[in-house]
Structures are given as structure tokens and as C-alpha cells.
Design a binder for this molecule. Structure first.
Ligand SMILES: C[S@@+](CC[C@H](N)C(=O)[O-])C[C@H]1O[C@@H](n2cnc3c(N)ncnc32)[C@H](O)[C@@H]1O
Length: 207
């Protein structure tokens, strides 16, 4: 019998980075409230969050991308054990090479933390006009707020600077609204300020 709590425990024991519980609770409520039905997740890991999301409602469909082969195989196995194969499509690929063939209500960016801006730009045209993008780890264990103290850890500082740059860019972007949640490791929710413009574009292009 599949047990999601056991999967969580084993992921933590194996040091697989998965969403923190407060982030999970917040995002589950968000998905319910906004009646999200189609989700793209960048960064599957072992499938923990995908299975959580699929368990919210049988009508939710998830496409999730993971480039690490071992984690992808574990995710496939966990999805099978959880009996969620009809809802979760795991893809073994570097997210930068993924070209969706559908639109999504929610895009969840939880892959490489230095790539948020690239992935945002790569996938925004696959977000439904009234859809949402959620980005996890915006605080990156508190390092984003305290990044000037990281001069002795150049690699980490570079990555944290990129998160901060993305945050600054998106918060000040004229086309998007952002809502920062001071929960888990920092959750940022993004949506379009002018969804009607996108809807009009789609209608006139016959999409
Ligand atoms: C934070 S974990 C994802 C956790 C998962 N969303 C959860 O909460 O259960 C990030 C994952 O992104 C994967 N990843 C990193 N770079 C990637 C890339 N370029 N394309 C696809 N996946 C990538 C890592 O291998 C890792 O498993």
C-alpha cells in the first residue's frame, strides 16, 4: 500500500530536496481555490510533490520534468505505486529542451535555482491567460536576504545573486503581479496584470 508520508520520509533521509510542509499546505489550498486543472512542474525529483498535487483532485493533470536519470526512474516508480499514472506524465529531459504541446493553468518552477528567469521566459507563453507561476526557494535557506555574507562561498553567492536578480526583475515587471509568501523557503506567486490582452491575442491568432 502506497504511503505518501513514507515517501516524504525516505526523500528527506536520502537528502532529496523536496518542498517544505508549510509550502505544500499553502500550494495545495491555492490549487484548490483557483481550481487549477493542468500543471507543469520543472524539477520532479522523486515525484513527491507531483503525487501530492495529483491527490488533490482526480481531474488534475501534471507534466513534470526531471533531468537526473536516477531520480526520474524513482519518480516513475513512485507514480506507479501511488496509482497516479493517468494523471502524472514524467518526462526525462533537461527543462531547457522541453517544448510543451499544451497550455497550463499553473507552472511550478522548482528546478535549478539560477535559471528562474530563463525558464520563466521559456514557458510563459504556455501559461493560460489567467494562469499562475509559482517559484519555490526564493529565500534559499535565508541566503538571499544575507547574500553579502557569502563572499567566502563564491558558487553559492553567484546562484543566490541570480535568485535575487530574478526577484527584483519580476517584482518590478510592468506586465505581472507578484505575491511573496514568507513560508517554507520563500514562495513567490506570479500572474498576469493584463490577461485580457493575452486572451485577445489568442483569439485573433485563432488559437
Ligand atoms: C528541489 S528538487 C524538486 C523537488 C520536487 N518539486 C518536490 O517538491 O517533490 C529540484 C529537482 O530539479 C532537478 N533539475 C535540476 N536541473 C534541472 C534541469 N535543467 N532540468 C530538469 N530538472 C532539473 C534536480 O535534479 C532536482 O531533482
Amino acid at each position: 500500500m502506497f504511503d505518501i508520508d513514507k515517501l516524504r520520509e525516505s526523500a528527506i533521509k536520502d537528502r532529496v530536496p523536496i518542498m517544505q510542509e508549510s509550502g505544500i499546505l499553502y500550494c495545495k489550498e491555492f490549487i484548490k481555490e483557483k481550481k487549477i486543472k493542468s500543471i507543469l512542474e520543472i524539477g520532479t525529483a522523486v515525484g513527491y510533490w507531483s503525487i501530492c498535487m495529483a491527490s488533490i483532485d482526480n481531474g488534475i493533470q501534471i507534466t513534470t520534468i526531471e533531468y537526473d536519470e536516477d531520480r526520474y526512474k524513482q519518480a516513475i516508480n513512485n507514480v506507479k505505486l501511488s496509482n497516479k499514472e493517468a494523471q502524472i506524465n514524467c518526462i526525462h529531459l533537461d527543462a531547457k529542451d522541453y517544448v510543451p504541446n499544451q497550455m497550463f493553468d499553473l507552472i511550478f518552477l522548482d528546478g535549478p535555482k539560477a535559471q528562474h528567469k530563463n525558464y520563466f521566459n521559456q514557458f510563459i507563453s504556455y501559461l493560460n491567460p489567467n494562469g499562475y507561476i509559482i517559484v519555490d526557494n526564493m529565500s534559499f535557506h535565508g541566503h538571499v536576504e544575507n547574500r553579502e555574507n557569502l563572499s567566502h562561498r563564491r558558487g553559492l553567492q553567484k546562484m543566490v545573486n541570480k535568485i535575487a536578480k530574478f526577484q527584483d526583475w519580476i517584482i518590478n515587471h510592468p506586465d505581472y503581479v507578484t505575491m511573496e509568501q514568507d513560508i517554507a523557503d520563500g514562495v513567490l506567486v506570479i500572474w498576469r496584470k493584463y490577461p485580457e490582452v493575452i486572451r485577445y491575442d489568442m483569439i485573433t491568432k485563432g488559437e
